[in-house]
Design a protein around this ligand. Structure first.
Ligand SMILES: NC(=O)c1ccc[n+]([C@@H]2O[C@H](COP(=O)([O-])OP(=O)(O)OC[C@H]3O[C@@H](n4cnc5c(N)ncnc54)[C@H](OP(=O)(O)O)[C@@H]3O)[C@@H](O)[C@H]2O)c1
Length: 369
């Protein structure tokens, strides 16, 4: 938070040259400086500053202890190896943003267990390279490339009509594509870029894939890769960070909070469709995205970050578990359901805003099924 609103009202430097007796004069040979500082700050502003400071500190400490590689290694002592031994031959999975990082590791993990995997990438060359790497290293030829720029509503709609024409059931949709853009970038359709990919793209593709997901009920599931960064942000209806000095990290955290609240909403709204909705966060993994967007963070935690495979572990776990074991609308980390809010962070009640957010997202595109 900027401190620009703090008003340093009066700064009074008062140098006294004391008079009086010789003795007194000798005692006060050093001049005294009296500094009087009057600071006026509104109680609301101070409370918000302290709340934000608390959220960031709690997140930093909790993250350092849990989200790093050592956190993964600690948590993995409780993992059941059998959970990951399930084969999913014949199941159709979509993984967005699968040409690098966690998305690539997820697509690879699903393909190695026999699934038919559709990798959705925005760049043909990067997509083709990932496709051939996954096919050759898993021996699974049922991996297919779909091109779609998830920052574009038009592109999502045309991808969706193309894909729906296949008329196949979708068992697993992994909403992984995401980014943290530090400066304000506006897409050709007029949306702030982080919001366009992380929120509108995730919302659009999920809504449009519902008919195909329904075809595989009761086993269908949507897994959205959120971020622990969302712990620092309440849900806000200011989806495109208007009216404030742009802060990419804050916008990313807000986007990731929307994904968690949206997942709760979907679980409730579509509870009769046989589709499970889950969000998870991967911890802190060293990926091309993190290196590019958070270079100092990445450098300062060099050697301590998770691998992409460790980041993808819970995504794959969620795809493989019997649905009875999972809570639709839940938020997962390291193969367990975890709280959506940090203690005393005052983010819980903000989720009430989700209906108005959904209405806004619907107004941005024709996503109705
Ligand atoms: N790594 C972490 O520590 C961490 C922590 C919390 C959450 N996450 C989340 O994990 C997910 C994967 O991130 P990552 O760390 O693996 O980063 P990454 O290596 O940069 O992967 C992001 C993927 O999303 C794709 N993507 C970005 N914009 C897109 C668009 N407009 N249309 C289609 N695809 C697009 C990227 O494609 P290009 O290669 O073409 O850019 C890439 O394939 C993200 O949702 C991220 O927020 C990561």
């Amino acid at each position: 938070m900027s401190l620009k609103n703090w008003r340093f009202q009066t700064v009074l430097w008062n140098t006294k040259n004391l008079g009086g007796s010789v003795k007194n004069r000798m005692q006060s040979a050093t001049p005294t400086i009296t500094l009087r500082l009057n600071v006026r700050i509104s109680v609301g502003l101070l409370a918000m500053f302290l709340l934000k400071a608390w959220r960031s500190t709690a997140f930093g400490v909790y993250g350092y202890l849990n989200f790093t590689k050592s956190g993964f290694l600690g948590h993995s002592k409780n993992f059941n190896p059998e959970d990951m031994s399930t084969r999913i031959d014949g199941k159709n999975c979509i993984v967005t943003g699968a040409n690098s990082g966690i998305g690539y590791a997820t697509a690879h993990g699903l393909a190695s267990r026999g699934a038919t995997v559709y990798i959705v990438c925005r760049n043909k060359e990067r997509g083709e390279a990932a496709l051939s790497e996954i096919q050759s290293t898993t021996g699974n030829q049922n991996v297919h490339l779909e091109i779609c720029d998830l920052s574009s509503v038009n592109d999502i709609q045309s991808f969706s009509s193309r894909f729906k024409a296949k008329e196949i059931p979708i068992h697993v949709l992994v909403n992984n594509a995401g980014l943290l853009e530090n400066s304000r970038v506006t897409t050709s359709e007029g949306y702030e870029l982080n919001f366009a990919v992380n929120v509108l793209g995730t919302y659009g593709i999920t809504e449009l894939m519902l008919p195909l997901l329904e075809k595989s009920q009761p086993d269908a599931r949507v897994i959205t890769v959120s971020s622990g960064g969302m712990y620092t942000a309440p849900l806000t209806t200011d989806l495109q960070f208007k009216g404030e000095k742009f802060d990419g990290v804050e916008q990313y955290a807000r986007n990731k909070r929307v994904q968690v609240a949206l997942t709760e909403k979907w679980a409730e709204k579509y509870s009769n469709k046989g589709i499970g909705f889950y969000t998870m966060h991967p911890g802190w993994a060293e990926t091309p995205g993190v290196t590019k967007s958070l270079p100092s963070f990445s450098k300062s935690l060099e050697g301590k970050l998770r691998t992409s495979e460790e980041g993808a572990d819970t995504v794959i776990w969620l795809a493989l578990q019997p649905k009875e074991k999972l809570v639709s609308g839940g938020f997962y980390f390291d193969r367990a359901e975890v709280p959506k809010h940090l203690a005393f962070a005052a983010t819980k009640s903000s989720h009430d805003a989700i209906d108005s957010i959904v209405a806004t997202l619907d107004s941005f595109g024709n996503f109705s099924i």
